[in-house]
Every structure is written in structure tokens, then in C-alpha cells.
Write a protein that binds this ligand. Structure first.
Ligand code: CA
Length: 151
């Protein structure tokens, strides 16, 4: 029994998650470049979950939260939560990688700041999973995106 749990723990350490930097984005001014109320901005992150262990992992939750890290905007302030997105992945076999995208729709109130100023965004990544239906595992990772003078 002891050796089995050692195997599970070792396998759990081989689980990783990441997002690609920089993200993609889709900006649409809806035909009115100087009126921001009707603008849309989708920020699109490619992300990867990697099971480098030798046991399957289940019920994977990959979650992104975006916060203002630093900004020259007068509307935004450091610590402001800009958005969140998450995806569920049922199972990842040992030695395999799952890649997909997460899209965060920006609040139209914040879009002028991305056009008129420079903002550094803190990305907090949270990965939660279970190894062989037994051992819960959670990983926290952080990285940054800088937006300056969109589009
Ligand atoms: Ca517009």
C-alpha cells in the first residue's frame, strides 16, 4: 500500500499546465471607432495541460483569471479583476497533452483603456485534477500579458 501511494504522488508531480504568450485577440469597433460603448474585445488564450506521469488523471478543471497588474489607464487600477474562463477535461491518459483555447470577453467599460494606454495583466492559472480517482491535485501558475495601444 505504501509503495502505491508513493507512485501516485510521483505521478502527480508530473502534471503541468500553461498558457501561450502573447494571447490572440479579436477587437471590433462595430464601425464607430470613436464610440467605445459598442466595442467588443475577446482575449483568446491557447492553453495546455500535460500529464507527464504514468497514471491517468480525471476531472481536470483548467481556470484562468485576469487581473490588472499595472496600467497607465485612469479607469483601470491594479488588482481589478478583468475576467475569468474555465474548461473541464474529463480524462487525460498518461504521457498525453491536451490543448484548447479559453476566451475572455472584456467589459466594454475597460476597452478604451486597452486602446489608449498600456496595461500589464496578471494571469492566474489554476489546474485541479484527480489522479486515478484517488488523489486530488491542484496547481497554481502565474504569468503576464502586456497590452499597449490596441489594435
Ligand atoms: Ca465603436
Amino acid at each position: 500500500m505504501a509503495s502505491f501511494f508513493m507512485v501516485v504522488l510521483f505521478s502527480a508531480t508530473q502534471i503541468g499546465g500553461s498558457v501561450d504568450e502573447p494571447p490572440g485577440y479579436v477587437y471590433n469597433d462595430n464601425g464607430t471607432p470613436f464610440i467605445f460603448d459598442d466595442d467588443t474585445l475577446d482575449i483568446i488564450y491557447n492553453f495546455t495541460v500535460d500529464n507527464g506521469g504514468f497514471l491517468p488523471i480525471q476531472d481536470i478543471k483548467f481556470k484562468l483569471d485576469l487581473y490588472v497588474n499595472d496600467t497607465t489607464s485612469i479607469i483601470l487600477e491594479p488588482g481589478l479583476h478583468l475576467g475569468t474562463a474555465q474548461k473541464q477535461i474529463p480524462t487525460l491518459e498518461p504521457g498525453t497533452t491536451y490543448s484548447s483555447t479559453l476566451t475572455i470577453e472584456m467589459d466594454p467599460l475597460y476597452i478604451p483603456s486597452f486602446i489608449l494606454s498600456t496595461t500589464s495583466i496578471l494571469i492566474l492559472i489554476y489546474v485541479e485534477t484527480t489522479v486515478t480517482n484517488l488523489l486530488p491535485v491542484a496547481i497554481n501558475i502565474s504569468t503576464y500579458t502586456v497590452f499597449s495601444g490596441l489594435p
